[in-house]
Design a protein around this ligand. Structure first.
Ligand code: GLU
Length: 464
């Protein structure tokens, strides 16, 4: 068995979105699974649409997801001499030929074929054949180079995802591999690259299925080994329609910005079209051990935002408090909130993580502890009954002398409501609003404990 070499070959015309990231992940994982090499190749020959910013955005997205390549990045624009040399070889070996058909002639041919209701295709008029006399090349015309596609028979491959696919060679006309100005065309560059880079497994989106028979024929003409192809089905949005900006068709970096952990995104992407039994939650390491091409589904995968959020919360809860706090601190700092001015950020995060499914939601939740909170008068009025006022005063006073531990605080709350003949919420609700400005918080004794004795006593007294 040849050592596995996979590649990710994005065209740098935009950011790395969910579909591209999944392709990259599967290619990366397959290489890792087999101790192989993961190649990164930037397909930047569409100069009008390729930008250095897009290259950077792709590199950033891959770096964030830790999809580290072992070889490359190769840039197709830097390999032009190589492509041109291969075109010359193909010409000299008779696998390619010059074609001088002008645009007007092609248009006329097409019109004629359409009138006869046959599929428009190049008719091979410049294709050299045994015993055929070719027209004399017209003066002043730069020819294109066409690939001499095999005649008759079929090209077939066993797609690792879609199964056997067979296309009759008669369906494929002689593809232009170099334009009149000498620049090589897309399908040709891919073949030379996959060949030169020793790619054994091409894992890519199924929008490339139609290119594959052409690429296989070119590879065969080059004497290259044909790689295994695995064409991944598309990803649909939450609503079953094409992936839109609302779900997935955004940069993966947007997920970072929106407070998703890369572990969650990786786990989520892994399940987009691949499965290992009923396993939903698994680490990157586990994924690499399990990943295979046999369990990629041929049907379209559907994006599910709820599931991504659920996984994200799972991974947030798994993080040690210190690591979680280290991810929240910069998010608070970006809002100009100094989290050294309040209670332990670790403790605050630990207290709120159960109710937050993104880092941003968690930052929203804990930020109150580092700001001057003014309870909204209406909210306070809604929760603070007259009968609770003396109880809150008593409670604040009692806090002065107790050990600062959650059980002692809980006992003090209980004693106070008992003494004043109140139900628990009568005290707990205004307390929540006074301390956090919000009526919903985790267990109130834990919130009191987190804020610290002095701050709690001062806050309560401020409103009484
Ligand atoms: N550059 C192509 C794209 O971004 C991928 C080509 C390939 O994987 O063969 O769609």
């Amino acid at each position: 068995m040849k050592p596995v070499r996979t590649r990710f070959a994005p065209s740098p015309t935009g950011y790395l979105h969910i579909g591209g990231a999944r392709t990259a992940l599967f290619s990366w994982a397959y290489a890792r699974r087999h101790g192989g090499t993961f190649v990164l190749r930037i397909e930047d020959t569409d100069v009008a649409r390729s930008t250095p910013e897009a290259v950077q955005a792709i590199l950033d997205g891959m770096a964030w997801l830790e999809l580290t390549h072992d070889d490359g990045p190769y840039y197709q624009m830097q390999r032009m001499d190589r492509y041109k040399a291969v075109i010359q070889e193909m010409l000299s070996q008779g696998h390619a030929y010059y074609c001088y058909t002008s645009k007007e002639e092609l248009d006329a041919l097409r019109a004629e074929q359409e009138a006869q209701k046959i599929k428009p295709r190049y008719d091979g008029r410049w294709r050299p054949e045994e015993g055929k006399t070719l027209p004399t090349p017209p003066a002043g015309i730069d020819p294109v180079v066409r690939f001499k596609n095999p005649k008759g028979g079929a090209v077939a491959w066993d797609d690792a995802v879609k199964g056997r696919i067979e296309i009759s060679n008669d369906e494929l006309d002689d593809l232009i591999i170099a334009r009149a100005d000498g620049t090589p065309t897309y399908n040709f560059c891919v073949c030379v690259d996959d060949w030169d880079m020793g790619i054994t497994h091409v894992i890519r989106g199924d929008d490339h299925v139609n290119n594959t028979p052409r690429q296989i024929n070119i590879l065969k003409a080059l004497g290259a080994e044909v790689p295994t192809y695995a064409h991944l089905s598309m990803i649909l949005g939450d609503d079953g329609a094409k992936l839109s900006k609302r779900h997935g068709a955004v940069s993966v970096m947007q997920y970072d910005e929106d407070g998703f952990l890369k572990e969650a995104v990786i786990n989520y992407l892994a399940r987009l079209g691949w499965s290992h039994g009923d396993d939903e939650v698994f680490s990157r390491q586990q994924f690499v051990e399990w990943f295979d091409l046999d369990h990629i589904t041929a049907s379209a995968a559907q994006f599910n935002t709820e599931k991504l959020l659920w996984l994200n919360q799972h991974y947030m809860k798994q993080l040690p408090a210190a690591e979680l706090a280290a991810k929240i601190a910069p998010r608070l700092a970006a809002r100009s909130i100094d989290c050294t001015t309040g209670p332990s950020l670790e403790a605050a995060c630990a207290l709120y993580v159960d109710r937050c499914n993104t880092l941003n939601v968690l930052a929203d939740a804990v930020e109150v502890f580092y700001c001057n909170i003014e309870a909204q008068p209406e909210l306070l009025a809604q929760h603070l009954g007259e009968e609770a006022r003396p109880a809150l005063t008593d409670f604040a006073n009692a806090l002065a002398d107790i050990p600062w531990e959650i059980p002692a605080i809980a006992a003090t709350i209980k004693e106070t409501v008992g003494k004043h003949g109140l139900k628990m919420p009568k005290l707990a609700m205004p307390l929540r609003v006074m301390l956090t400005g919000q009526a919903q918080t985790p267990s109130v004794d834990a919130v009191v404990h987190l804020l610290g004795r002095e701050r709690v006593i001062t806050s309560i007294k401020k409103y009484l």
